[in-house]
Write a protein that binds this ligand. Structure first.
Ligand code: AMP
Length: 585
């Protein structure tokens, strides 16, 4: 491997935390450039570099430098493989060279991902970056329509897929996307290769013997988009978070550094690895710090306990509350030695206090919490924090240059400490705008570039750095066991049903998943009500991912309206809560 070239500034290797500095001066957020990317203002980017946060290297250059530094150490463990850094990076280099030799994909292209938690996903992600190709972090659960909408928005030309994922539906989807001309190249990274697709083995063979020094990442500048993460739904204009090289590398390195990761650290990750949390809290920080990443094929409790016994991880960097509950309910957890787990980090969804207390009392686990999003900003319980902070807040932001404002919703006015307002965030790894989405950006960001998260929060001053609690949300999203369902996306598709006159999708409380989706329907006159099954079949036919399907249907004569004439989802949420409470007595 040759040394990284290109880049605008060079700095010392990671390992030191720069001293906190005053916030960059407020200025207007820049306009999008010709590609649709809203860049960081030049003076802000210069400041992040001068402070040593951004290092002037591309993301793949950083990852390969770390791979060289930790060559013989274990990088990746799955139930099938145990690879050193040298093995993983050499395979990714072959994949990258093969991709450029055997497909029409070229540096700068975007490629849709439909891959599960298997070793080949890591090779493919790294290989794309080394080839200068931008991964689009779609999930294998996404349907044809969803992938097509996103691919068209981005102009993505390729799709990489795991043919043996789930019920084996992905090759058929890929065929349809090829036939419709949405994508030009399909690469089967695992499972049986079909018709026009290219296979993983063929790429590795084609890439063997290629000089890794010639791979495109060496000559690509660190500015610009490295990876596309997903945020919103896929009807209307998609919300795509363009993650840029330096900030995304910083995000990963910072997380690992904050948690003290290095050679000898073992990180276990059971959620979809291509999700932003998977990439930012597990894959990239592990590979940048010399830690070993243990990729669980699923969040099945038995598999998880097997992997804990076998690999003795110190860190579970993201445990959704639903998974924590299942762990508590599983008798085997209580017989398993969990003492290796020094950082059990719960997040993605509000952690019920009772769950935090049960983890402490029944499994001897002192939880930490994290809050974060595809747009960037992460908060984490500070190390050594007392129990009130650990149980009632999501802690403090990771970077000394992260900035948080709690604003009166829809305004630029800050609320006093202790009062609830909208959490608005800006900083060295938070995007300044969605990709090609000027209309969204006008309302989703303040004039000076703070991202309006749509979450409600409070600032607590308890001595030390201020901590934040999450106290609800104003965005119309259902958080189903940390998978987000955007109500407008599902409602738009329900409205395509000829028998439906009106629909409102709301969250209903669920003891394990936190929330599930409930559809309130007003039928056209004389039409029979839809059931969960008939509505679900219709929505699957419209290409909606299965996890977004409504799990309860309520037929009503009319939807309640607020005093400004909008559908009152608050009333509907109360209605379904009352019904559920009555049903459980
Ligand atoms: P995503 O972009 O899919 O990671 O979703 C980000 C959203 O998940 C946030 O804006 C919150 O609504 C929610 N979220 C993430 N972490 C937490 C948490 N610890 N507590 C409550 N909500 C959370």
């Amino acid at each position: 491997m040759s040394s990284p070239r290109g880049g605008t500034a060079r700095t010392a290797p990671p390992g030191r935390n720069p001293a906190p500095q005053p916030a960059p001066p407020p200025g207007p957020n820049p306009e999008p450039d010709s590609t649709g990317l809203v860049p960081y203002p030049a003076e802000v980017a210069a400041r992040y570099r001068a402070a040593g946060l951004w290092r002037g290297h591309s993301l793949p250059a950083e990852l390969m430098a770390a791979a060289r530094a930790h060559g013989d150490r274990t990088a990746l463990i799955t139930p099938e493989v145990r690879w050193s850094y040298a093995e993983l990076s050499a395979t990714a280099e072959r994949f990258a060279a093969g991709l450029l030799a055997r497909t029409r994909l070229r540096p700068g292209d975007a490629v849709m991902f439909q891959m599960g938690n298997v070793a080949e996903t890591v090779v493919t992600y790294l290989g794309c970056l080394l080839a200068g190709i931008r991964p689009v972090c779609t999930l294998p659960q996404h349907g044809t329509r969803e992938v097509a909408v996103l691919a068209r928005h981005l102009g993505a030309r390729g799709l990489v897929l795991q043919a043996d994922f789930g019920r084996g539906q992905l090759p058929e989807q890929a065929r349809a996307l090829l036939a419709e001309g949405v994508i030009e190249e399909a690469v089967v990274v695992r499972g049986e290769v079909f018709g026009k697709a290219v296979g993983y083995g063929e790429l590795l063979r084609a890439g063997t013997g290629n000089d890794p020094g010639t791979l495109p990442y060496h000559s690509r500048p660190p500015e610009g988009v490295a990876v596309f993460q997903l945020s919103g739904g896929t009807t209307g204009l998609p919300k795509i978070a363009p993650r840029q090289h330096e900030e995304y590398a910083y995000n990963g390195a910072l997380w690992g550094r904050t948690l003290g990761w290095g050679e000898g650290t073992v990180v276990l990750y059971p959620l979809p690895i291509m999700h932003n949390a998977g990439v930012s809290l597990a894959l990239q920080p592990a590979l940048l710090s010399g830690a070993a990443l243990v990729l669980a094929p699923s969040a099945d409790i038995g598999t998880l306990l097997d992997l804990i016994e076998r690999t003795r991880p110190q860190v579970l960097p993201l445990v959704p509350p639903a998974l924590a509950i299942r762990l508590l309910e599983e008798p085997r957890s209580h017989r398993t030695d969990l003492s290796c787990l020094t950082d059990f980090i719960v997040g993605g969804q509000k952690l019920p206090l009772e769950v935090a207390e049960r983890l402490r009392d029944e499994l001897g686990i002192a939880v930490r919490q994290k809050f974060g999003m595809a747009e960037g900003m992460f908060l984490l319980t500070p190390s050594g924090a007392g129990e009130w902070i650990r149980h009632h807040t999501v802690g403090t932001p990771l970077s000394p240059l992260d900035e948080i404002r709690i604003l009166r919703p829809g305004t630029e006015d800050e609320v006093p400490d202790g009062e609830i307002g909208e959490l608005c965030v800006r900083g060295p790894y938070t995007i300044r705008g969605y990709y090609r989405a000027e209309r969204h950006n006008a309302s989703a960001f303040t004039l000076d570039g703070f991202y309006r998260t749509g979450d409600l929060a409070r600032r607590h001053r308890l001595g030390g750095a201020p901590c934040y609690s999450i106290d609800g949300r104003i965005k119309d999203v259902i958080n189903r066991g940390v998978e987000k369902i955007h109500a407008d996306e599902v409602e738009d598709l329900v409205m395509r049903h000829p028998d439906v006159a009106h629909v409102a999708l709301v969250a209903m409380p669920d003891p394990v998943l936190g929330e599930r989706a409930c559809a309130y329907l007003v039928m056209e006159p004389g039409r029979a009500p839809l059931t969960v099954a008939t509505l679900g079949a219709f929505l699957l036919g419209e290409g909606l991912a299965r996890y977004k399907l409504p799990e309860r249907v309520e037929s009503v004569d009319a939807l309640p309206l607020s005093n400004v004439g909008k559908v009152s989802k608050k009333e509907l949420r109360q209605d379904i809560e009352t019904k559920l409470a009555a049903e459980t007595v």
